[in-house]
Every structure is written in C-alpha cells, then in structure tokens.
Design a protein around this ligand. Structure first.
Ligand SMILES: *Cc1c(COP(=O)(O)O)cnc(C)c1O
Length: 356
C-alpha cells in the first residue's frame, strides 16, 4: 500500500529527491565515495552549494542585493541571530504574534533591543491573522511568521507597511511567489518544505547588515557566511545537497507559480470536505487558512483517535495535531501528492457515513 506522509516536519520530500539522495550516500557523483565522507571543500560539494544558491536566486528572482546562506542551528537560532545583527539596544523592532513560533522570536528579541508587539491573535488561540495593524513607521524592522505551522493560519498578503520586513517562512518557503524586495531577511528551517533537518536557509539584503554596535560573534555574523559562501566552517553537506535536489525538483516542476497553483488545488480538496463534513471542524477562520498545514478537530477526542487509527491503517500517517490545538493536522507541503489528500478527504466522508 502506498503511504502518505502528512507530518509537520521533518516532512515529505519528493520520491525522486529521496532516490537521488540515497544514491549519493552510496556513491556520490561516481566518485566511489559516499557524500557523507567527502570534504566540503571538494569540487563536487562546492559545486552543489553554488547550485543550491543559484536555484534559490532563480526561483525567487533575487537581485544582486540579496545573499543566500545555508546555516545551522535551525530556524530557532534565527530568533536571536536576527536581533543580534539588526537591533541596537535603544532601537525598537515590531513583531506580530501569530503563534508559538512568533512568541519564541519575541522572547529572544527582547534580550537585544526594544520589542513592540504590534498585533496578536493569542486571545483566540491564534485562529486568525491580525488585520489593519497600526504599524509605527520608525521600527527598525517588522518580524512576522508567514505560515503558522501549529495553528494552521497563513498570511494571505504581506503586512501593509513601509517598514522593512523580516520573516520566518519555515513552513511555506517556496510554496508560492513572493516579492522579496520588501524584505531585509527571510529564513526557513529546511525540514518543512525544502529538505531534511540540519540546514537553515537565510536570504538577506546585504546593505541592511552592519548597523549594530554590539560585538557579534564571528560565527553568528551573517557577513562571515556571506564572505565564505556558507563554508566558513563545515556546512551540513548532506542536508544542503538534498535541499539543492528539492529546489531543482521545484524548478523542473514549473517553479513557484506552479507550486502555488498545485498547493491551492490540494488544500481546496481538504477544506471543501472540512466545510461539508459534520464530524470535523477547522481551527482557522476561513479567510486565513493555511495552504500548508490544515488543522481541525473532531466532535470528540475518542472519535479523533478512532479516525487517526483508521488513517494509519489506510496508509495516511502523521496526522495527529499539535498538543496546543489538539485534534488533527494535515501538513500538505509541496511534495505531498494530491492523491494522498483526496484519500484523506474520502476517508473523512466514509467515516461520517459510518457514524450517521
Ligand atoms: C518548525 C518551525 C520552526 C523551528 O524550526 P527549527 O529548525 O526546528 O528550529 C520555526 N518557525 C516555524 C514557522 C516552524 O514551522
């Protein structure tokens, strides 16, 4: 039976990417060595890094003002690395609080400068994206989380402001085209929509760096990694390589416009069923629904568990919701095929009929 991986992260990757990755573990580019044992300074690994960077630039249409970095420490390291590099103690940054990941970013930023939480949806357990936000124009930057992996909400457009944007795009990176020129920095842990765990993508506007007066440790200064093309120290070679393969897959499958179309069609299958089905209820308000993480609850916990067991038996895996929302979560990233989502929707319908 074909299995479908609905896990939130590490998450599904395209089958052909996994096959190429597996081949590289046995014999990397016919070198007779595994990719796991070759030097990061070897010609092939340097070429793979250059290719990964070039693909990010091509997919987002980046101008030369932007640099692409492959770093370590996960998206969570960016929570403090960003204010450390962008925010002086007497300056204020704006943050939009749309969930658990935003809160972690806010907590760390407070250690480096002043933080103005300009909007929050916490009072409704983060089931919506704040609108018509009053954003002061003198903020050093505005940080937000474009897609809330745990709560299943997603910004449908960029925040309306002239303030420079910084965004955690961990769970919707490369899922649709975006206007990168509005951002000073975009970051994403690879393991949701780009590759395996162990590498973090950072896209940064070079001219926005170098404005803080504090000492920034060499390893945490973005300029170190720009100068050394993400090879200041040993990079996570395998995670970077698999990310490169996924970026190539995105390009070969029509790029970001095509991903967006596919993702909209895929999410529609599930949201239509959620709206129809009397046993399940979506967490997010309709207008802010995520195309990547669909969160929903059943009429009782007992019924949810019974349904989760059925899903597992049918080859649909990773659907248990995060403990802070409960219920179920279907993560339907780029690489998850529409057939799997259709299978889930069909099972929801069949389950409803059985219970009637
Ligand atoms: C998963 C996730 C993170 C944390 O990523 P790590 O790489 O594990 O640190 C941060 N932000 C968002 C939106 C996420 O989905």
């Amino acid at each position: 039976m074909k299995k479908y991986n609905f896990s939130a992260g590490p998450a599904v990757l395209p089958r052909e990417v996994i096959e190429k990755a597996a081949a590289s573990v046995l014999n990397y580019n016919n070198s007779g060595f595994s990719i796991l044992e070759v030097s990061h300074r070897s010609k092939d690994v340097v070429a793979a890094m250059d290719q990964a960077i070039a693909l990010v630039k091509e997919l987002y249409g980046l101008s030369d003002e932007y640099e692409v970095l492959f770093l370590q420490g996960g998206a969570s390291t960016q929570f403090f690395q960003i204010p450390m590099n962008f925010l002086n103690e007497d300056e204020t940054a704006g943050y939009i609080n749309t969930g658990a990941w935003s809160k972690k970013a806010i907590k760390d930023a407070k250690a480096y400068g002043k933080v103005n939480v300009v909007a929050s949806s916490e009072e409704q357990n983060f089931n919506y994206i704040p609108k018509n936000i009053n954003i002061p124009s003198d903020l050093k930057y505005l940080h937000y989380t474009s897609n809330n992996t745990i709560f299943g909400t997603q910004f449908q457009s960029l925040p309306e402001t002239d303030v420079r944007l910084i965004c955690d795009m961990s769970s919707d990176i490369f899922s649709k085209p975006i206007d990168v020129s509005r951002f000073d920095l975009i970051y994403a842990g690879a393991q949701k929509n780009m590759g395996p765990a162990g590498v973090t993508l950072v896209i940064v506007k070079k001219s926005a760096l170098g404005t803080v007066s504090r000492y920034v440790p060499v390893m945490l200064d973005y300029r170190t990694h720009i100068e050394n093309v993400s090879m200041y120290n040993t990079p996570p070679v395998f995670a970077m390589y698999v990310s490169m393969l996924t970026l190539q897959w995105i390009k070969d499958n029509g790029g970001l416009e095509a991903m967006a179309k596919r993702n909209e069609a895929k999410a529609k299958i599930l949201y239509d069923e959620l709206d129809r089905n009397t046993l399940f209820k979506g967490h997010s308000v309709a207008e802010d629904r995520s195309l990547m993480n669909v969160t929903f609850t059943g009429v009782s916990e007992e019924m949810e568990n019974e349904f989760l067991d059925r899903c597992k038996k049918e080859g649909l895996d990773g659907l248990k919701g995060h403990r802070s929302v409960g219920g179920l979560r279907a993560s339907i990233y780029n690489a998850l095929e529409a057939e799997g989502i259709q299978k889930l929707a069909d099972l929801m319908r069949a389950f409803e009929e059985e219970k009637a």
